[in-house]
Ligand binder design. Structure first.
Ligand SMILES: NC(=O)c1ccc[n+]([C@@H]2O[C@H](COP(=O)([O-])OP(=O)(O)OC[C@H]3O[C@@H](n4cnc5c(N)ncnc54)[C@H](OP(=O)(O)O)[C@@H]3O)[C@@H](O)[C@H]2O)c1
Length: 267
């Protein structure tokens, strides 16, 4: 039985439907209880930012399935804008969904996985969890936090038979682009307005150009079929993966230039 969070659109929807087609029993969460679920996917209402919602969803799943074998912590969103233009409340909202939301779900499922001495936790990170992006500073920070968290959790759970892995997608066309929120201060009055707009437009273009989400499903399938999966599964273009691999060995100014240049920050 696999629990996938955030299955109304994007990766979550493709992962849930794909695993159901493979024969897994799949519970897919959405915040709204609207519309029919995809074939083979049992819909569960879940808002990862609310403790009561997580507890209620887990109770529903355990009542129906009696066990949990794997969790794909996929739910997430992006708040974009210059760091100076981001209030603490906006930054907290970013972390509450992407990081604390994932932690809420992990805390709820871990007693069940540990008791069985088996299972997989698959956390949706991002290449932005390896290479921070300008004007997605808090999004990148939330994914860097997931990277550290997942590595620590993996070490803690090894003796309990539970595997922890991360998927690190590059740019993909999902609901993420349209759902990306700009911070309130990101408008024309911001000293970062033009630079931020240009960078986010470039990111959106790259995302919308890549409509095939199947590589991410493929990686999740591989992880679930392995009893000792790796920690990280990058899922991106060759150039992006190569940059992540060589970046620690590049002089910092060169690495920074490459990222700034990509997003039109030439000054
Ligand atoms: N697309 C990319 O290029 C890309 C790259 C790297 C990593 N990622 C990561 O991939 C994951 C999935 O995103 P996506 O690209 O597939 O975007 P998406 O199409 O916008 O899907 C995001 C999903 O997360 C759910 N969600 C958002 N806030 C939630 C909350 N508070 N509680 C429960 N569910 C919530 C959404 O459900 P609702 O419909 O209820 O809002 C939606 O189903 C995210 O963690 C994202 O950071 C995406």
């Amino acid at each position: 039985m696999v629990l996938v969070t955030g299955t109304s659109t994007g990766f979550g929807r493709v992962i849930a439907a794909g695993l159901a087609a493979d024969g897994y029993r799949v519970f897919g969460t959405t915040r709204a209880d609207a519309g029919p679920a995809d074939a083979g996917v049992t819909r569960v209402v879940l808002d990862v930012t609310r403790d009561d919602s997580v507890a209620q969803a887990l109770a529903v799943v355990l009542e129906a399935a009696g066990r949990i074998d794997a969790v794909v912590n996929n739910a997430g969103m992006g708040i974009a804008g210059a760091i100076e233009d981001t209030t603490v409340v906006e930054a907290q909202a970013q972390f509450d969904t992407n990081f604390f939301g994932l932690h809420r779900v992990c805390r709820a499922v871990l007693p069940h996985l540990r008791a069985r001495g088996a299972g997989h936790i698959i956390n949706m990170s991002s290449l932005a969890g390896q290479v921070p992006l300008p004007f997605q500073g808090f999004y990148s920070a939330s994914k860097f936090a997931i990277e550290a968290y997942s590595e620590s959790l993996r070490m803690e759970l090894r003796a309990h038979g539970v595997a922890v892995s991360m998927v690190e997608p590059g740019d993909f066309a999902t609901g993420f682009t349209a759902n990306r929120r700009m911070t309130a201060a990101s408008g024309p009055g911001s000293p970062y307005h033009e630079a931020c707009r240009g960078a986010i437009e470039r990111m959106a273009r790259d995302e919308l150009a890549n409509r095939d989400l199947s590589p991410v499903l493929g990686v999740v399938r591989r992880i679930l079929r392995t009893s000792r999966p790796a920690l990280r599964y990058p899922c991106a273009t060759f150039v992006q993966r190569a940059f992540v691999a060589v970046r620690p060995f590049l002089p910092q100014p060169l690495a920074e230039f490459a990222i700034r240049d990509t997003y039109g920050l030439r000054s």
